[in-house]
Design a protein around this ligand. Structure first.
Ligand code: NAD
Ligand code: DAU
Length: 327
């Protein structure tokens, strides 16, 4: 698998280790978002980390030659970074995915591609509609455009070369070990530092939250039982405005509900995401284990409280980037 030293990839490695007998080779470049400590405590005879780039043809070929399946999580994943500099997004998300696909084609290896609901663009705030696998692609940011492009590469490799691939598009993840640049860990660690949370624009933008472990369980289900060539949407009916999320964090951490500031909005900021996961639920029998967002959020807050040594080294650089962008 790729990207296993990141937030969701490491959740997936832990999930595989706990619930299957599979051996996992993690290919990860350990960018600013990758941290080998996310894999600490896992048995060395089941999980091996190879530090390297998914766009490195030779390395990728050698690893794919030995693999029964490739599960592709590695990406540049943060919208704000893609607005500051799209270059690594094109290289990793497009060229890196292409490199993996070519190796999987040569070795006829089963491939699962991890993608995002952002490829579909956004929905209106009051619209009852949700994204389905038939929603037309309409990405807004350099990040989501490169993820959309990588999905289309996978689809073309299935159709033109008979690659045995599946794709999943998931909504916003939360949980332990998420980089502090993302909304939820940024605001939790701000409050721990005595700093008021920051809401982009009005704060009415809606995201559809799912725990990373539920995402992992869905990916394993698709890998084992998904139909080749199909796209599955992953979501847990967790729609909430950013204002609601920040106010939940404030309440759970014992702060006043208005102890936040509005800051400069994200250019091109998508209004609302919402996933219709009925295909995944009905065809593959998946259901989320974390049905209660507030309980999952409280556990996530506890994790950041107890693991300052993990997030502290990321915090100053992430906040310096935000200061430059006016966020
Ligand atoms: P992350 O930024 O936390 O981790 C990305 C990992 O990929 C890091 O370990 C990094 O070192 C590695 N990586 C980056 N470039 C690489 C390269 N060129 N070669 C090898 N490794 C490289 O990301 P995440 O939030 O865990 O997201 C994982 C995947 O899930 C991504 O494909 C993302 O698009 C997708 N996704 C994320 C979310 C979310 O809410 N975070 C939701 C839906 C889909
Ligand atoms: O929908 C899936 C996507 O979710 C994934 O593909 C991305 O990899 C992941 O980063 C996430 O993208 P978002 O842009 O939605 O996540 P982010 O945590 O950056 O922001 C969530 C919302 O919160 C968004 O509307 C912007 C807003 N925000 C963000 C930060 C960092 C704030 O209001 N204040 C902040 O400080």
């Amino acid at each position: 698998m790729t990207g296993g030293a990141g937030f969701i990839g490491s959740s997936f490695v832990r999930f595989l280790e706990a619930s299957t007998e599979h051996e996992v080779v993690v290919l990860d470049a350990l960018t600013y978002a990758g941290d080998p400590s996310t894999l600490e405590g896992l048995p060395a005879d089941r999980v091996r980390l190879v530090v390297g780039d998914i766009a490195d043809d030779e390395l990728v070929d050698a690893l794919v030659a030995e693999a029964d399946a490739v599960v592709h999580f590695a990406a540049e994943s943060h919208n704000d970074n893609s607005l500051a500099d799209p270059t690594p997004f094109v290289r990793t998300n497009l060229v890196g995915t292409f490199t993996l696909l070519e190796a999987a084609r040569r070795h006829r290896t089963r491939f699962h591609h991890i993608s995002t609901d952002e490829v579909y663009g956004d929905l209106a705030l009051e619209d009852p509609a949700k994204f389905t696998p038939e929603t037309p692609y309409n990405p807004s940011s350099p990040y989501s455009a490169t993820k959309a492009g990588s999905d289309l590469l996978v689809r073309a490799w299935v159709r033109s070369f008979g690659l045995e691939a599946t794709i999943s598009n998931c909504s916003n993840n939360y949980g332990p070990r998420q980089h502090v640049e993302k909304l939820i860990p940024r605001q939790i660690t701000n409050v721990l530092d005595g700093v008021r949370p920051r809401l982009y624009g009005t704060g009415e933008n809606v995201r559809d939250w799912i725990h990373a472990d539920d995402h992992s369980a869905a990916v394993l289900r698709i890998l084992e039982s998904g139909r080749i060539g199909e796209t599955y949407l992953i979501g847990a009916d967790g729609e909430r405005s950013n204002l609601e999320v920040v106010q939940s964090i404030l309440r759970l951490m014992g702060w006043e509900p208005d102890a936040f500031d509005h800051v400069r909005d994200r250019p091109g900021h998508d209004l609302r995401y919402a996933i219709d996961a009925s295909k995944l639920r009905e065809e593959l029998g998946w259901t989320p284990a974390y049905a209660d967002f507030e309980a999952g959020l409280a556990a996530t807050i506890d994790w950041y409280r107890a693991n300052e040594a993990w997030w502290r080294p990321q915090k100053a650089e992430a906040e310096a980037k935000y200061a430059r962008a006016g966020h």
